[in-house]
Design a protein around this ligand. Structure first.
Ligand SMILES: Cc1cc2nc3c(=O)[nH]c(=O)nc-3n(C[C@H](O)[C@H](O)[C@H](O)COP(=O)(O)O)c2cc1C
Length: 487
């Protein structure tokens, strides 16, 4: 339903926009030293996952199951590098990138009770690559209730929850941290989804859940930490867990009547009003398979094009460049994927050299055309919240054979459509807050959304979904670029 007043999500977005003035104020936000990005528990017991990172010569069934879980978690959010701070303290980097290296996310597993993990609650301790079992009781039914009886939880035995410890990121970014928290979590979801292909798990994303019920189930202090997203982890080696995907997003209320809020209060308010109540009358819907123009198995061409969502900017006069390309090769049993995830680092400086069109096409193809990667063992239709809400633009500054300018990437037609003709390096430098990366990049990829339209579809909770999806796409872009030796 359309609302005459801006929703709180729109208000939050406006209030947390940077301009030269707010940037200089934001720079003074940090007090004290960076919050520790790790949780510790007093009670419980530890399960070491490190021994299962090495492949045993002939692993038995149980060892194999531990190896799969161990690899899934290290690829999703494990430590992958160690730096030394000027104080001599170690600083750890992880498989997922994080704005400012603040790592607000925590990862939990909820087990229904299987041979591997007895029923209970587990926190992933990235520092020691172990699971901390801090609650040993059956809570699956409470989980199902809190997720409005999501169909994937009927058959699965394991669920992953990511939460945010808000202050870790708000320490530096204040209210704007909420954007980063959700983008960071999206990158983590990108890892989870891809690592699932490596480890034979299929994550079924659950974006609609009764927030407080999940927070209480995990024994979180809601003033400090809150659940952001859940995933039912289907074991692909169990026939009964090969499930039909369900739509991941649920609509929630829209708030247009909000009190005047001071800076610093916007983040907690946004998180609270985008939460869902436990008593909603919710019906989950299965997701229809998306027909794709490049998918030879989909229906006949006529019904296919009728069913396809339409791309934007289909002007007859604009330059259109097809992005069809051979898929990136990820090696036997996706070993190249695991190496890439574990070796990935953010590029700090770019050479300013041009890329080829083939390189740009390959990065776009891996990110937006997962159906081309089915044969290599990837999920051809991974879960997102709603990709129709996200638009992708590519500012081209140095791609051989491609005019400089701004292009819309049409995901269904698989082509770039030129909408502006100009070299934007100067503007990109400004838009990236004066970071040379923006100026020197051969291409800068933007994800944008019509926030008002998204809120009309999902209420203010759309704010979470949009950032999670943009982050998820971002991590695929990241990994494709690293795999090709690009920054
Ligand atoms: C949402 C998000 C925004 C980021 N923004 C920037 C940025 O503006 N400039 C930059 O150099 N790095 C940026 N990064 C990269 C982080 O600084 C980097 O992930 C972090 O320092 C950890 O290093 P790693 O990615 O090499 O593991 C961003 C990362 C994320 C996830």
């Amino acid at each position: 339903m359309a609302h005459p007043l801006p929703s709180f999500a729109q208000h939050f977005h406006d209030r947390t926009k940077y301009d030269p003035e707010t940037l200089s104020r934001a720079a003074g936000a940090m007090q004290g030293s960076q919050p520790l990005p790790f949780k510790t528990y007093r009670l419980g017991n530890s399960i070491d996952l490190k021994p299962y990172l090495e492949g045993a010569a002939e692993p038995d069934k149980e060892q194999l199951a531990w190896m799969r879980l161990s690899h899934l978690l290290i690829n999703t959010y494990g430590l992958t590098a160690q730096l030394s701070l000027p104080s001599g303290e170690p600083f750890y980097l992880r498989s997922a990138p994080s704005a400012g290296g603040l790592y607000p996310a925590e990862v939990y597993l909820i087990s229904r009770g299987n041979t591997l993990l007895p029923a209970g609650l587990y926190n992933y301790q990235a520092r020691s690559h172990s699971l901390w079992r801090y609650w040993d009781d059956h809570c699956w039914q409470r989980l199902q209730e809190a997720c409005f009886w999501h169909p994937a939880l009927e058959q699965t035995q394991l669920a992953l929850v990511t939460t945010a410890v808000f202050y870790r990121s708000a320490w530096r970014y204040r209210d704007r941290a909420y954007r980063r928290i959700c983008l960071d979590t999206g990158h983590l979801l990108g890892n989870l989804e891809l690592a699932g292909s490596l480890a034979d798990y299929r994550p079924h994303l659950i974006g609609g859940f009764a927030d407080s019920a999940i927070n209480q189930l995990l024994y979180l202090d809601e003033a400090q930490e809150g659940a952001i997203v859940l995933a039912a982890l289907a074991d692909r080696l169990q026939v009964e867990q090969n499930l039909t995907p369900t739509l991941a997003a649920l609509a929630a209320p829209t708030q247009t009547d909000y009190p005047p809020l001071a800076d610093g209060d916007l983040l907690p308010y946004l998180h609270r009003i985008t939460s869902m109540a436990a008593d909603g009358d919710i019906r989950w819907q299965h997701r229809a398979a998306t027909p794709s123009p490049a998918d030879p198995e989909s229906a006949d061409p006529e019904s296919r094009s009728a069913a396809l969502p339409t791309d934007k900017y289909n002007f007859p006069f604009c330059l259109k460049v097809k992005t069809l390309t051979p898929p990136i090769a990820w090696d036997e049993r996706l070993q190249g994927l695991e190496n890439t995830i574990l070796q990935r680092r953010s590029t700090r400086e770019l050479s300013g050299a041009n890329l080829t069109q083939a390189e740009l096409n390959a990065v776009l193809d891996f990110t937006y055309q997962p159906q081309h990667y089915r044969e290599q063992g990837f999920d051809a239709e991974p879960d997102y919240f709603d990709l129709d809400l996200i638009q992708t633009f590519v500012a081209v500054s140095g791609i051989d054979g491609l005019d400089t300018g701004c292009y819309y990437y049409a995901p269904h037609s698989q082509e770039l459509r030129q909408i502006r003709f100009k070299n934007f390096r100067r503007e990109l430098h400004y838009l990236c807050l004066g970071q040379d990366l923006g100026r020197d990049a051969a291409a800068v990829i933007f994800h944008t959304a019509d926030l008002k339209g998204a809120v009309e579809r999902y209420g203010d909770r759309a704010y979470r979904y949009l950032h999670l999806d943009a982050g998820h796409l971002g991590q695929r872009l990241n990994l494709a670029a690293i795999r090709l030796g690009l920054g």
